[in-house]
Write a protein that binds this ligand. Structure first.
Ligand code: UD2
Length: 334
């Protein structure tokens, strides 16, 4: 997409920041992030002569600078304005969304286990505040692309999992994403808003960090430190791992598609066992770390893999990065 004014909620986070990087060259981008897990370092760097705060841009951007700069918003790049605030704060959200054509809603509390420990707290962000984002999109008459999750399916009743499989989430996180996913769909119908919901399978790539970061970054850290690679259970469980650059491409497709008002599985269509993954990562690093087995994770989903035919057909999206090359580039670039 080009010459649009775009809001990315969670734009300083793992997936959001990659999306901002792809959008910034050709669009005016707003980032709304509370920096709870995101980082300014993930945002595109300011050109050498640009100011880092205040209202002056060093050079004329493609689209006119319409953002009203205040004390808590900063220009980090000619085309990127950062609002340090919470999606649950209506004032911050309103300011960030003013005049936008398009919203990518990536902000969330992504930890499934935290949602189990504190369901109301995660519901506040993942559902209540997300509903504010949808309402803001309605206000601005903006298209909205929402980050949903394979977590909506819970233990799947079919493989590969199609969008019509039963949805029976087994965590508060999954319940929240399912409710958001359904709101997103119904906003298209009830308010004639172009909305798209993307059900991400297991995302991985640079900047996925922290205690809830996912098995690939955990294994990579372990392999690099020559620490034991910790497989939960027998390692025969499988996942559909999708590289963040493919997730970004799916979002860009969703930004222009006519096939709105619906949810798409965003995966590769390939399943990999955790045991194979451990070996892949160890080999890519050239590590001699031992592989050890722990107790299986309680409530762990056994197998997960996307049926990608709907995304291929209607969204014209297909993942391009194989797990092997995704892991290789992760090892080389980070
Ligand atoms: C993913 C998503 C989650 C939700 C869920 C839906 C991530 C990070 N999380 O959870 O947000 O959408 O899917 O079903 O993408 N494992 C090990 N050793 C480790 C860490 C993990 O064996 O050190 C195993 C773990 O037991 C599981 C698999 O690896 O079988 C994947 O774990 P994960 O936490 O990366 O992601 P998942 O599928 O639980």
């Amino acid at each position: 997409i080009r010459d649009s004014t775009v809001l990315v909620t969670g734009g300083a986070g793992f997936i959001g920041s990659h999306l901002v990087g792809a959008l910034a060259p050709h669009n005016e981008v707003r980032v709304l992030d509370n920096f709870s897990t995101g980082s300014r370092e993930y945002l595109p760097p300011a050109p050498a002569s640009a100011s880092v705060s205040g209202s002056t841009s060093a050079s004329a951007s493609e689209s006119p600078a319409t953002s009203s700069e205040t004390a808590d918003s900063t220009t980090v790049h000619d085309n990127v304005t950062v609002i340090d605030g919470d999606i649950g704060d209506p004032m911050a959200l309103q300011r960030a969304a003013r005049g936008v054509d398009l919203i990518f809603h990536q902000a969330a509390l992504v930890s499934v286990s935290r949602s189990v420990d504190a369901p109301r707290r995660s519901n506040e962000t993942n559902l209540d505040a997300s509903l504010l984002v949808l309402e803001q999109a309605r206000q601005e008459d903006a298209r909205v692309v929402v980050a949903s999750s394979a977590a909506v399916y819970g233990h799947p009743d079919e493989l590969p999992i199609s969008e019509t499989a039963s949805t029976d989430p087994n965590s508060p996180y999954g319940i929240q994403k399912l409710a958001l996913d359904q709101y997103t769909r119904r906003y298209a119908e009830l308010y004639d808003l172009p909305t798209v919901s993307l059900r991400y399978f297991n995302a991985y790539g640079p900047r996925q960090q922290g205690p809830y970061s996912g098995v690939i970054s955990t294994f990579l850290d372990q392999a690099r430190a020559d620490n034991p690679i910790t497989i939960d259970g027998n390692g025969e469980q499988t996942r559909d791992f999708i590289h963040v650059s493919d997730i970004v491409r799916a979002n860009l497709q969703a930004a222009t598609t006519d096939a709105v008002g619906t949810a798409y599985n965003i995966g590769t269509g390939e399943r990999t066992s955790i045991r194979d993954l451990a070996e892949l990562v160890r080999d890519a690093v050239g590590s001699t770390a031992p592989i050890v087995h722990r107790e299986p994770r309680p409530g762990d989903i056994r197998h997960s893999g996307a049926d990608i035919s709907k995304a291929r057909r209607e969204l014209e999206f297909e993942a391009q990065v194989s797990l092997e090359s995704g892991i290789r580039s992760l090892v080389q670039e980070t």
